[in-house]
Write a protein that binds this ligand. Sequence first.
Ligand code: CA
Length: 164
Amino acid sequence: MALRVSQLKPNPAGKDRGRFGPLSAAQLGAEWVDIKNVGTAPVGLGGIELYHLAYGRPGTQPEWQKVTSFTGSLRVGEVLRVHSGQTRDLSVLHREDLVGADYHGFSGRDAYVWNNAEGDTAGLWEPQSKTWVDKGSYDPHPPEGVVLVRSGSKLVPAGAALRV
Ligand SMILES: [Ca+2]
């Protein structure tokens, strides 16, 4: 299948502000992952699920945790961006978090999804065939405010991708 985890912003800038009050919808929504149709035909998203690695107690292995599932379809080259947070009007998001995607969805929970300290893997799972459609991983401590781009099986800062 031609779906690919193409970009991910795991550590939005200015997150610390949440410590002094409720997390704003814009702050949560500034953490996001892009799923792109990199193939040559439209791809249905129904039945596809998005997962990430959840870390429990120190020393234990991380476990796959479902983030959300999808409906609809992507035409060739189209991008669906999944923002962290409950489903809200897109007007609450920063403009920089809206550009570059054709469709926007939400994780459905008011909590950050993507790990900072441990790194993480975004996985697209197809339950029917019990296969991973795609997986992209990033290293611990991604830079604040940086959009990671795909380079092989990794998601890396754009400058690092150019050096590969
Ligand atoms: Ca994060």
